[in-house]
Ligand binder design. Sequence first.
Ligand code: GLN
Length: 276
Amino acid sequence: MTTLLETLTKGTAYLENKGVDSPRLTMELMVAHSLKMQRMQLYLEFERPLTDEELAPLRAMLKRRGEREPLQHILGSVEFYRRDFICDARALIPRPETEELVAHILKLKLPENPKILDLCTGSGVIGLSLKGELPSAQVTLADISSEALALAQENTNELQLEVEIIESDLFQNIDAAYDLIVCNPPYVSSNFSVEAEVAHDPGIALFSGEDGLDFIRDFVPQALTHLKPSGYVALEIGFDQAEAVSALLRQENYTHVEVKSDMEGVPRFPIARNPL
Ligand code: GLN
């Protein structure tokens, strides 16, 4: 017979041995998920014996995490800006810094019923969070990947939000003009070798040419033609791209160009406005 505490301890040691980050927390999250309990509840039931039926799925999860499959894919969900989103390999796993992009956008002076486009929406986390926080906004989610959009649609249904969803390579199928275009594009250099977990993200969501800027070079001039007067663009970019992206924005005559830093002090979020 194995108790819950023994399972936690053994699983933690296994993950530690495999070089997995935060092994104890990971194990607690997997046990809680598997037993459909809150993580904190585990602490009240350390002596509870686990049946073979309870242990079998847990062993399978442990094996997957030991092989460096991301925890978010194993749990099938991720928390982003206070909401739970379905998460799988169809789109990029939402990163914590992207929540900061949402927070910066919510501080902008947007008009009453803002029209918002989330381009490269992936699982939909940015656009759906904005719709959740700004119910009067008209939000469009767009992506080149039909798989990502299927996931974004599932998240939309789950959260019971109303948004428009458009499959589009950049602005190809986008006609409207927006008060805000937000975009967390692929921005990683194609020469960069990513960690084992990151390799589970779709490459199309990560990589964009030698310097990682191919997408943004196309995006910056095109976005301008889809902004209402004084409309905003807000982007997430790589740790070393602030100067290059600011220069691109100024070159196209955007105004109020600034790059907000993330919690680690990395200039991460360029925000700029349509000069017209
Ligand atoms: N920040 C992500 C990473 O470093 C990249 C996300 C993106 O390209 N939009 O893995």
